[in-house]
Design a protein around this ligand. Structure first.
Ligand code: ZN
Length: 449
């Protein structure tokens, strides 16, 4: 197979951002070289002052297919992913029907994803109240890890796991060596906080925020760390929203527990004080907290306590957001952001002195490592898949719906002024997105170890 090359003055490699040429053979990066080392007689695509980052990996996406394809589906979600600079998404086991809690359900989902995905994909398995006996089989069938809920997920088809049920599942999970991703909120503090709020104004964001206090996250994380000590499984806390847990997590890490942490763009961009009445597009769980809390989450990233940023792209049909009533109690919880996570993150990161290297670390290498895909995904280096985002970091734009390529083009970011435009995305050497278009047939494959 013949060599070809991509170059720019801003290639983001693990050794830093520098002028470089990426040599590609077929689907794989053969080397990253400087100008003098480019073989003669090969074609070089020169992106000049554009940055070239590794293809991003989103380890937290709800595709909802099969079963709720009217909410989202592999065709639309992977289109949105390609437009956002992602070359691999890992789908969550719930919100689809059946939930991915058995091998049969996993196979059904694979059959949906295979023909219609424009980026590579993998599927997390689910751990729920009573599927302990399916854990080993799911691992054998190729899931990269598992997801569970310590609180009612609020959707049919997937159940939470109580402490007792989790204890039944954990020896099986530990045996697989795969990570357990946990929605870390406990019901007790939420019920206690909600008791007094029945007659409160649920159009106000403050009411919703009070109903899901920091304590719900803190209590869940404390319980998980205790279980981690006991069962020695790989714990991953998804969508951390409270910065109050950072001290606990720092201590757990220095104790040597295998715990990793993620947060999401919406917790790093928005703050509770500025959420208008009725703005239910911003309802998610755990909730977006205060301005002060947001700054501490950025500190957590700076300190390396939070390893990765995933979108938790969780779309739904617009009517479920109850935009006309603006009721935070009854609206569906979930923020859709797959197409715009990179500019959203870059806008906020550069204000705080972070680099594109940091972005690549949080949105490429970090999630790839969580899923065990770090030998081929998430870096621009020899031997890795030729997955790239060509990104114009300097240009600002106001977000309009034409840039959202998922099924229902609603987003709390619409109208925001953002920095950085995804110009093109390359999946294993092939262009899958360029200037608003998606060339070629869907060529995404399941990533297997
Ligand atoms: Zn989620």
């Amino acid at each position: 197979m013949s060599l070809h090359a991509f170059r720019s003055n801003r290639v983001v490699t693990p050794e830093g951002e520098r002028p470089a040429t990426i040599l590609v053979e077929g689907e794989t990066i053969r080397g990253v070289v400087s100008r003098g080392e480019i073989p003669t007689d090969i074609s070089v695509k020169d992106f000049g002052e554009m940055a070239i980052l590794p293809g991003l990996v989103d380890s937290h996406v709800h595709v909802n297919e099969p079963g709720r394809t009217e909410w989202e589906g592999f065709e639309t979600a992977t289109r949105a992913a390609a437009a956002g600079g992602y070359t691999l998404i890992v789908d969550m086991p719930l919100n689809c029907l059946p939930a991915t809690t058995t091998v049969a359900a996993l196979e059904q989902k694979r059959a949906c994803a295979r023909p219609s995905s424009r980026v590579d994909w993998a599927l997390w398995g689910g751990v729920e109240s009573n599927n302990q006996d399916h854990i080993a089989a799911l691992a054998k069938a190729g899931v990269p890890g598992f997801k569970c809920f310590l609180v009612d997920p609020g959707i049919d088809g997937f159940t939470m796991a109580s402490e007792q049920e989790l204890r039944a599942a954990l020896p099986h999970v530990a045996k697989t060596g795969l990570p357990l991703l946990v929605h870390a909120e406990l019901g007790g503090p939420i019920e206690a906080a909600s008791r007094g709020l029945a007659n409160t104004d649920w159009r106000r964001y403050e009411t919703y925020l009070r109903s899901r206090p920091d304590e719900a996250e803190l209590a869940a994380i404390e319980l998980l760390l205790t279980l981690c000590r006991e069962y020695r499984f790989r714990l991953h806390v998804v969508h951390l929203a409270t910065s109050k847990a950072l001290d606990l997590l720092r201590a757990a890490k220095s104790e040597g527990l295998a715990v990793t942490v993620e947060t999401c763009p919406h917790y790093l961009f928005f703050s509770a004080e500025r959420i208008p009445e009725g703005a239910t597009l911003l309802k998610c769980a755990p909730p977006i907290r205060t301005h002060e809390n947001r700054e501490k989450l950025w500190q957590g990233l700076r300190e390396g306590l939070i390893e990765l940023v995933a979108t938790d792209h969780s779309p739904c049909p617009p009517k479920m957001k109850k935009l006309d009533e603006g009721n935070f109690r009854t609206a569906w919880g979930g923020v859709a952001s797959l197409s715009v996570a990179l500019p959203v993150m870059w806008t906020e990161a550069k204000k705080r002195g972070f680099s594109l290297e940091d972005i690549a670390h949080w949105m490429g290498e970090g999630p790839a490592k969580l899923a065990g895909f770090h030998k081929r995904k998430g870096k621009i280096a020899a031997g890795y898949d030729a997955d790239f985002v060509v990104f114009d970091p300097e240009t600002e734009f106001v977000l309009g719906a034409e840039r959202l390529h998922y099924r229902h083009r609603i987003s709390p970011y619409l109208g925001a002024k953002l920095a950085g435009i995804v110009q093109a995305t390359y999946l294993r050497g092939q262009c899958v997105f360029s200037e608003g278009k998606f060339p070629g047939e869907p060529s995404g494959k399941e990533y297997r170890f």
